[in-house]
Design a protein around this ligand. Structure first.
Ligand code: FES
Ligand SMILES: [Fe+2]
Length: 431
């Protein structure tokens, strides 16, 4: 049992920019997160380009539960809990495919790709005509919604619409997902690997932590793989978009000769000027040197040029208090020049793929924190989240949310933790 008062004290500390190390490796906190965060919040499961045709499916996770994300023969996308309604056997054991029906390997119940139960062996003889198949279709997640091709699932019937959940974050997601009217496409399958890391560490890091770049990734500046000024990640805006969603947008400083629009090819730049909903978004994109952020709770996005621009989505799939499966997608504008797509993909693999040079740096840090967080000393060990607490919001910032004028700040981590805490202690987080 979480001892009485721990959560209350934690809540008070978070308000002062203090966390307790224990939260990054604690089985009871993890149990609460499973029920109160992953069974309620909108969780990213797939990009629409992964399941373009009726019958296309991918098996994905909502928290640590397996769901079949499928485009039914009626064209609708559903997330079906991957368990047979007879005795609970895992129904689909391949990760991706095309199916009109799913046949359970235990006793052979068969379901249509829309979830209805359509076949039961020896139905007449064994059930005597008493089985009402209409009642025994697969369990369907109550909310499956997309924004610009990004598919999210919420298991909480009370949840608001995805658009309401994303709120101001849509303005910033547009920068990454609306460059082309043809949309984005996922290239290849998402890379996946398991690390001894608490899932919150990467989620917070991507939402907020430009500060670590100077130290953790310094060798890459020295190797010439990042801009020459080791503080390149400091120059930018640190934005809390509401509902726990947060990001940083780096801007090209005058002393670094970086190309506008991240150096995307001309046709992509021309298209974004037509496709972005507002002129303010075009102006932000022109000056942008990187975009890092997290959609609460566990989808992070990164768009950077190292030196070729690339876009990756990553999900920090929780597997326990000290284990996370990293899912990493590479996406590119569907109508971008083929040569650019190839170079962008290679840059992603070298930097943020499984063995990417940035990725390895980060995982080593998150493992180190998780390893320190599991013992009795960690139960009372305070952490400082106060970087940039003195900054005043920039009143001239054209986008939604609260923007600080430098990306070396921890306001986003504070906002992320506050939202995390709110879910943990709320009976109904939507009130
Ligand atoms: S468990 Fe699926 S048919 Fe029996
Ligand atoms: Fe990093």
């Amino acid at each position: 049992m979480l001892e009485q008062g721990f959560l209350k004290e934690l809540g008070e500390k978070i308000e002062q920019g203090i966390a307790i190390l224990r939260i990054y490796n604690d089985p009871e906190i993890y149990e609460l997160e499973r029920k109160r965060i992953f069974a309620r919040a909108y969780i990213f499961v797939a990009h629409e380009s992964e399941i373009p045709q009726p019958g296309d499916y991918v098996v994905r996770y909502v928290g640590d539960e397996s769901y079949i994300v499928i485009r039914g023969e009626d064209g609708r996308i559903r997330a079906l809990f991957n368990a047979c309604r007879h005795r609970g056997m895992r129904l689909c054991r391949s990760e991706k495919g095309q199916a009109k029906t799913f046949l359970c390997p235990y006793h052979g119940w068969t379901y249509r790709n829309t979830g209805e139960l359509i076949g039961v062996p020896a139905e007449k003889e064994a059930y005597g005509g008493r089985l009402d198949k209409a009642k025994w279709g697969l369990y369907e997640a109550p909310h499956v919604e997309s924004y610009n091709g990004l598919i999210f699932v919420s298991l909480d019937p009370r949840a608001p619409s995805l658009k309401e959940y994303l709120g101001g974050m849509t303005w910033y997601l547009d920068l990454l997902t609306r460059r082309s009217s043809a949309g984005l496409e996922v290239i290849g399958a998402p890379q996946r690997w398991v690390v001894d890391v608490n899932w919150k560490l990467p989620a917070e890091n991507f939402s907020s932590d430009a500060y670590h770049t100077l130290m953790t990734h310094r060798s890459l500046v020295q190797l010439g793989m990042a801009p020459s000024d080791p503080q390149f990640a400091m120059y930018g805006t640190h934005i809390s978009a509401g509902n726990g969603h947060a990001l940083g947008i780096g801007f090209i400083p005058e002393h670094l000769p970086l190309p506008p629009f991240l150096g995307y090819p001309e046709p992509v730049i021309n298209a974004l000027k037509r496709n972005y909903p507002s002129e303010a978004q075009v102006q932000v994109a022109e000056k942008m040197q990187f975009w890092h952020g997290t959609v609460f709770p566990n989808l992070s996005l990164l768009n950077a040029a190292l030196p070729i621009p690339f876009l990756t989505f990553r999900v920090w799939r929780p597997m326990g208090p000290n284990r996370t499966e990293i899912w990493s997608w590479f996406l590119v504008e569907r109508d971008a020049p083929e040569d650019f797509k190839r170079r962008s993909y290679e840059t992603y693999v070298h930097t943020f793929g499984t063995s990417g040079v940035f990725e390895q740096d980060d995982v080593e840090i998150w493992r180190g924190i998780t390893a320190m967080a599991g013992g009795p000393t960690a139960e009372r060990f305070e952490l400082n989240f106060q970087l940039g607490m003195h900054f005043q919001p920039d009143p001239t910032w054209p986008g939604p949310g609260t923007a600080l004028p430098l990306d070396y700040a921890e306001r986003n981590e504070r906002v992320w933790l506050r939202e995390w805490y709110r879910y943990l202690v709320s009976e109904n987080p939507w009130q």
